[in-house]
Design a protein around this ligand. Structure first.
Ligand SMILES: [Zn+2]
Length: 268
């Protein structure tokens, strides 16, 4: 039997632990004007465990904060990034950074890492992480795009999908939507039938000035979560939504027969 533990840190930073082999997604461990987590860190940077690898979906400050992450001591840690964005991590000393494109694979020790497509305001990839018969999808902050429909054909049923739900729109670009909203994320669940869906990327705020001038969300954090839960119940009844407070673990186990059972250690 193997155990997968998902711990949200904040925003799109998540610690994914396959029996002690841990991957960090989209490190963001500082704030500046216009960029606030809107929630506390579930794990502080200095308290991170040893990582098997890091995946970065795209080169935006709130997903690829290398100035802060350079405090992570192991500069040999493997780091997968969208092809063309390697420099930012290399510049602060990470020596094992490699660019990936959709459907390319690599490994972090026993973990297979495969890039999947993404679409956002800048070039983005998303990731599938597989180990011990368990599969996790990390959606970064992509939009829902048709190419993501290939995931179930390539990977079968997902165990956990980590999906952005704030539906971010850019006011000065004609309210262009850049991130999945709760309906989009629920539609992803209908297509890919994850056992568990964990919403991410829903408490972010640009602060009062930026939110008024530049950014728009599909709802307040509570409204986003409620809408996502309702939409998944309707569109993807085989998927269980787990809302995780920062630092609250979700444990998913699988037995040798492939029949999975899940367990949540926290309250909804
Ligand atoms: Zn972004």
């Amino acid at each position: 039997m193997s155990t997968l533990t998902i711990t949200r840190i904040a925003h799109s930073s998540v610690l994914i632990d396959f029996d002690g082999q841990r991957v960090l997604t989209d490190p963001w461990f500082s704030e500046k004007f216009g960029y606030y987590h809107g929630e506390p860190y579930g794990i502080h940077l200095a308290a991170l465990p040893r990582l098997a690898g890091v995946v970065v979906s795209h080169d935006h400050y709130d997903h690829c904060d290398m100035n802060a992450f350079q405090a992570y001591p192991d500069k040999q840690v493997p780091m997968a990034v969208k092809g063309g964005t390697e420099q930012k991590a290399r510049r602060v000393g990470f020596a094992n950074v490699f660019g990936m494109e959709a459907w390319e694979s690599t490994t972090f020790g026993p973990i297979t890492v495969t890039a999947a497509p993404g679409k956002h305001g800048v070039p983005e990839i998303t990731y599938l992480l597989q180990a011990n018969g368990l599969t996790v999808y990390f959606g970064g902050d992509t939009l829902l795009i048709p190419a993501l429909g290939e995931i179930p054909q390539r990977f079968g049923r997902l165990d956990v999908a980590l999906l952005a739900i704030n539906g971010l729109q850019i006011r000065f670009l004609g309210n262009r939507q850049d991130v999945m909203n709760p309906q989009d994320a629920a539609e992803f669940c209908r297509i890919s039938r994850p056992r568990y869906a964990v919403p991410i990327h829903y408490t972010f705020t640009g602060g009062p000035i930026m939110d008024k001038l530049a950014l728009k969300y599909a709802g307040t954090p509570q409204a986003l979560l409620r809408e996502f839960q309702q939409a998944v119940a309707k569109l993807a009844p085989e998927t269980t939504v787990r809302v995780l407070a920062p630092g609250e673990p979700l444990q998913v186990t699988t037995g040798g027969d492939g029949g999975g059972q899940g367990e949540n250690t926290g309250e909804l």
